[in-house]
Design a protein around this ligand. Structure first.
Ligand code: URA
Ligand code: URA
Length: 238
């Protein structure tokens, strides 16, 4: 800040005022950026006098992708090839949420492109939609080594980005794929077998939990139950 250096200059009043204004503008910009980051990381208690600032928070999927950046917030960044942010229609009526990228997704940077993705495409077709009409993403954006379960601190770093994606899209319904996604979205510890076959809510958006397509590949007899969940989801769409 150069304010102090200019304070005692003769006929420098205009210059001082200009510099003070510039410093205040810089300060406001960094505060806004800091609050925006805090909000993205899950800070929920912005005081009401800051509401004009919170309206400047990242709102579009592109903004959220920019905020994510070349993320190093958790240890998964060191073993990933690509961040798998999610893809599809930014005004989708249906969002499908999986757990996290596997090997194929990590290699290509796209969600559900492996074997489970092929089955997911058929689930989407059973919903009467094409893949490009829906939005597909995961709780975790980087592949856990050897596909191990994501750890709590990884979910804590990454989860806010999914919440913001869902707020940006505000679909008519969310299909939660498997226990991990369902438990995250519903803040529940219950297994998918207990959560499925019912409609829940995430921030006022209906959530239909169902089996993960990778589980269905190993347990094809459960496809009948998944099909029922798809019918339940269809009944929620206008
Ligand atoms: N399994 C998931 O949960 N997500 C993917 O993107 C791929 C496989
Ligand atoms: N366990 C899971 O995590 N998901 C399923 O879909 C089934 C069992």
């Amino acid at each position: 800040m150069s304010f102090g250096n200019h304070r005692r200059k003769a006929n420098g009043d205009d210059e001082v005022e200009r510099l003070v204004r510039r410093d205040l503008a810089d300060l406001a910009a960094s505060l806004r950026q800091h609050l925006s980051y805090q909000a993205l990381m899950g800070l929920e208690w912005l005081p009401s006098e800051l509401i004009p600032i919170s309206q400047a928070l990242p709102e579009t999927l592109d903004d959220i992708r920019v905020s994510l950046g070349e993320c190093t917030r958790c240890r998964l960044h060191s073993s990933r090839t690509h961040i798998v942010f999610g893809e599809g229609n930014p005004s989708a009526t249906i969002v499908l949420v999986g757990e996290g990228p596997g090997r194929d997704e990590d290699r290509l940077g796209r969600p559900f492109v492996g074997a489970a993705g092929k089955l997911l495409d058929r689930i989407i077709a059973a919903m009467g939609r094409g893949r490009e009409e829906v939005y597909i993403c995961n709780v975790i954006k980087c592949r856990p080594p050897k596909n191990r379960d994501p750890q709590p601190e990884e979910v804590e770093s990454c989860g806010p980005f999914l919440r913001h994606q869902l707020r940006a899209i505000r679909p008519q319904v969310i299909l939660a794929l498997g226990s991990f996604a369902a438990q995250f979205l519903l803040s529940s510890q219950q297994p998918i077998s207990k959560l499925r076959n019912r409609v829940h809510q995430f921030e006022g958006i209906p959530v239909v939990p169902t089996y993960h397509p990778a589980y269905l590949l190993r347990n094809p007899l459960q496809k009948r139950q998944a099909w029922k969940d798809v019918q339940l989801l269809r009944s929620l769409l206008e």
